[in-house]
Design a protein around this ligand. Structure first.
Ligand code: PMP
Length: 402
């Protein structure tokens, strides 16, 4: 008999499953609001013009080759990435208390960081927001975390952050628990804490001796301004907190399949860094040995060439503005139809997603009757909307909730 005869089928990964149902549908009106990837007005993936330009330059650079990168990656890239998130003037950078390590996109950065916390620092308790990105639990569990917990984040009835619940849960978390925070553009709710709320969270983290792990997969996507989107992280650094930051360049550079990521670490004592680097080297060696080069070279080139960097800022504004326009269009159409309920949250939310508040039966109806594909928690990826389909989607929602 096969060695694999007892292998049971694992549950499907919802987002890819729904995406496949969309692809398999033959309905000409079908709409894909599942996957968190930017789409143009024409519904197409977008290679940022600045990325094309960087690729042309790299292709013509005869000095480049396909040798291995070091285990911790391409140093000039990690430096540029760390500066992007912390800010060039960051006190932690000035004091030599911050480093970056190249990882496989946001997910690999989370995984390497989580393994380091669990197996080197001995932190095995984590709190993630309820709800959160579906992969957080799996990554932390597989990395060796023994206690996986949730802190309250969402007030379903009022479609806003349940800040009292969040505060209470962080106050009750045990000392040295790892608190996973979304740096900006919270996935799936699209709602971030206000500045005052961030200050309160930092105060609790500090007083209760908790450890912060920021996940920032949408820097620039939330407001159109990468500096504004890094507010929370920079505030925590200013408060003297140590932290890990998992940075993804999938969304803000449109480099989804290149797996460009940076794990930034801010520590209180620069003397701890050589040992930390050596431990991370072993973690990465045992996982993927060394990271891929192409995407990291692109991001490095764009971030360090003033002209290209400007073009990148422009591209981010193009993406974030189109998303904002589509939020307004969806809300406008729903209000025009007089669709029961309040829809102002669609324009209050930011980033790639809207947490619509549609319940599982309504989602099921949208998928089955209207071929509008979304996740069963009611999350829609706004960039799947365009001027040609937004009215159709609004009508489908209208019919569904009546
Ligand atoms: N964190 C969050 C909250 C995300 O939404 C994503 C992308 N869906 C990621 C991390 C990481 O994605 P990637 O590994 O593609 O960079």
């Amino acid at each position: 008999t096969s060695f694999f005869a007892n292998t049971t089928e694992a549950p499907p990964i919802e987002v890819f499953h729904m995406n496949k149902l969309y692809l398999d549908s033959t309905d000409p009106n079908k709409v894909n609001l599942t996957i968190g990837a930017y789409r143009t007005e024409e519904g197409k993936p977008w290679v940022l013009p600045v990325v094309r330009e960087a690729e042309r330059r790299l292709a013509n650079d005869e000095t480049l080759n396909h040798e291995y990168f070091p285990v911790l990656g391409f140093d000039p890239f990690t430096k540029a990435a760390t500066e992007l998130v912390l800010g060039v003037d960051s006190v932690a950078l000035k004091e030599g208390r911050a480093i970056g390590v190249q990882c496989l996109s946001g997910t690999g950065s989370l995984r390497a960081g989580a393994e380091f916390l669990a197996n080197v620092a001995g932190l095995k308790t984590v709190y993630v927001s309820d709800p959160t990105w579906g992969n957080h639990n799996l990554v932390f569990k597989n990395a060796g975390f023994q206690s996986l917990n949730k802190y309250r984040y969402w007030d379903t009835a009022n479609r806003q952050i349940n800040f009292e619940g969040l505060v209470e849960d962080l106050e009750n978390a045990p000392e040295r628990a790892v608190i996973l925070l979304h740096g900006c553009a919270h996935n799936p709710t699209g709602m971030d804490p206000t500045k005052e709320q961030w200050h309160k969270i930092a105060e609790i983290v500090k007083r209760r001796n908790l450890f912060t792990f920021f996940d920032i997969a949408y820097q620039g996507f939330a407001s159109g301004d990468p500096d504004a989107d890094a507010y929370a992280i920079r505030y925590f650094v200013d408060q003297g907190l140590e932290m890990l930051v998992a940075q993804s360049f999938a969304k803000n550079f449109g480099l989804y399949n290149e797996r460009v990521g940076n794990l930034a670490l801010v520590v209180s004592d620069s003397k701890t860094l050589p040992a930390i680097r050596s431990q991370l080297s072993l973690i990465i060696r045992g996982n993927w040995s060394n990271p891929p080069a192409h995407g990291a070279r692109i991001v490095h080139l764009v971030l360090t060439d003033p002209e290209l960097r400007k073009q990148w800022f422009d591209a981010i504004r193009v993406m974030s503005s189109r998303i904002r326009e589509m939020r307004a269009a969806l809300r406008g159409n729903l209000e025009k139809l007089g669709t029961p309920g309040k829809w102002d949250h669609i324009t209050q939310q930011i980033g790639m997603f809207s947490y619509t508040g549609l319940n599982p039966q309504q989602v099921d109806n949208l998928v089955k009757q209207h071929k509008v594909f979304l996740l069963k928690d009611g999350r829609i990826s706004i960039s799947g909307l365009n001027t040609k389909n937004v009215e159709y989607v609004a009508k489908a929602i209208d019919e569904t909730v009546r």
